[in-house]
Write a protein that binds this ligand. Sequence first.
Ligand code: ZN
Length: 301
Amino acid sequence: MGAGTNWSTFTWRVVQRFRSREAFRDIVAHYAITQGTNLCFANSNKKKLLRLEAKCLPSCPFRVYGSWDKRRACFLVKAVNAEHCCSRNMTKNKQLKFGYWLARQLLEVFKSRPYWPGKEIQETRRQAYKVAIETSLAYRVKYVVHKMLHGSMKEHYNKHGRYLQAIQDADPNCHVDLCTLPSKQPGGPPIFQRLFICFSGLKKGWIEGCRKLLCIDSYFLKTFLAGQLMAAIGRDANEQMYLVLWAVVEGENSESWVWFMKNMQKCLQLGDGVGLTVISDENPALLTSVASVMPMSEHRH
Ligand SMILES: [Zn+2]
């Protein structure tokens, strides 16, 4: 039961195994939504953390019951009545009620399209699951996804200190420059602004083995936090691309470009740019930053 499962023909069997009760719950939701049955969970027993039963409409005999199996260390389906006498539900589906299931399905899409319109969510889901998605549910899904993504982003950014420490431990001569802004709330953690990284091995390789040529460009980071990735790429003796260093910044502006150039100048010992050729697009902020930090370099587009 995974990406390759044919959900339209999926059937329940006794002794189907799941990694956890949550995994079982998730598959029940998947099954209910793709096959258009209105399942709900019956949580009436005392040991409800170890067992779970899904039932269909009161007039329908379908039920699937599972519980935690200690010996096999998995969640096991122990009783099934796979027959439905209900008709396919095309309107509301109880498993869609809170939006969590849909939110998890759409997480990857939202990473690249944080502002995916509610109308498109309704339309694409209607086609995928043949079930009506109310406008309010589409907005609820957006809210839940953003909460999930923001939550996970917060966790990721909280790991920065440990990440930089690990870099320093592994590569003591790595050139790292982290800029933060003070928190908007008193006593709160600092806010990430920029991070520059050049590993000592890459630096040595460029200085000793590459032509004095750097292609500089920036790329949009496709998350809802936006920001940009700046990178300097050289050419090695085989005329192949050689990534030298990179930085994550809040956006492209004169300040962030000058900061990037100064870090690059310091770490690659470029001085005022004598003998260096810089290739870039015609971004005005980039052009002025090269001219101000390394006035002697040759600049091409
Ligand atoms: Zn049914």
